[in-house]
Design a protein around this ligand. Sequence first.
Ligand SMILES: *Cc1c(COP(=O)(O)O)cnc(C)c1O
Length: 361
Amino acid sequence: MIPIAKPIIDEDEISAVTAVLRSGIIAQGRKVEEFEGAFAEFIGTKYAVAVNSGTAALHIALLAHGIGEGDEVITSPFTFIATANSILFTGAKPVFADIEEETFNIAPDSVTEKITPRTKAIMLVHLYGQPCDMKRIMRIAQEHGLIVIEDACQAHGAEYEGEKVGSFGTGCFSFYPTKNITTGEGGMITTDDKHIAEKARMIRSHGQRERYLHEILGYNYRMTDIAAAIGLCQLGKLEDFNNKRIRNAKFLTGRLSGIKGLLPPHVRPNVKHVFHQYTVRITQDFGISRDELRAKLVDEGIATEIYYPRPIHKQPLYQDLGYNEHLPNSEKAAREVLSLPVHPSLTKEDLENVVRAIQGI
Ligand SMILES: *Cc1c(COP(=O)(O)O)cnc(C)c1O
């Protein structure tokens, strides 16, 4: 079976972890600090704050900006649930803007329509590894005095006009095993703002700057040195991993273009898309349904996945909260998307098998 995702863990990660275990300092310590420094340098921000998940990064980013009850945060409904849930954690209200049809990312026009006097921030998602339309979003944010939080959990190393995502607003990353790099579980916040970085560090560790002096409400969102040691190894390989994803995506698009009812991903000309996912649309013209296609690919030993089958405003949790709007592009995307394997450990033969299996239908 060709899996949809596969973390690449080599001997260097194993020996780095072993060294941390032998050192006796296994919770947050020097390795975490080293990982933060290396990650900030990679993204091009002054600060990076390591945490224990992407969800924690999003939650902390909102809290560090003072977002809470009475505030509205505009976000995409076509993403992993953590994006919107992190807004709920703070007591603020997620407000969903629709997405662009071609990129699956939040549509700037729809963001503008959703702004009210209560809007405090835009939490955008660089979905599948493709940057959002940052020029237009940053302009909207500036005009309306809004904070920008980037959910870059799928976009480590992605660039918009040569600048890495996570450096435009407050960046949030995840290191879950399916992501472009992993630490097992883990996350990171990136920022140029010293005050936000300091506040994030406090919230990460029960609101303390000084040991046992608790100035604000915080959590235990700390990363371990064990995870950071893995992260440092992985960060060194990220460019290589991303280059392989991009190469695999190019191969797939080259071979799958022109198939009726199958639309390969659209890549904007001014971005570096790092292909966390390679996501096609299967329309009615394809002949068989998306689910039938998935079943046939399983028979050929190829795993696929639907990210995401139900937009967040249609989730039971959100229906119970009273969300009942219609966001047509998000709902259409949920019906049509299918992600094919694109991860760096695919062989040429794997890729050819994927193409052959689809062409044979
Ligand atoms: C993975 C992911 C998250 C959450 O990250 P965790 O590390 O699993 O908490 C948030 N947003 C998006 C878009 C993601 O893909």
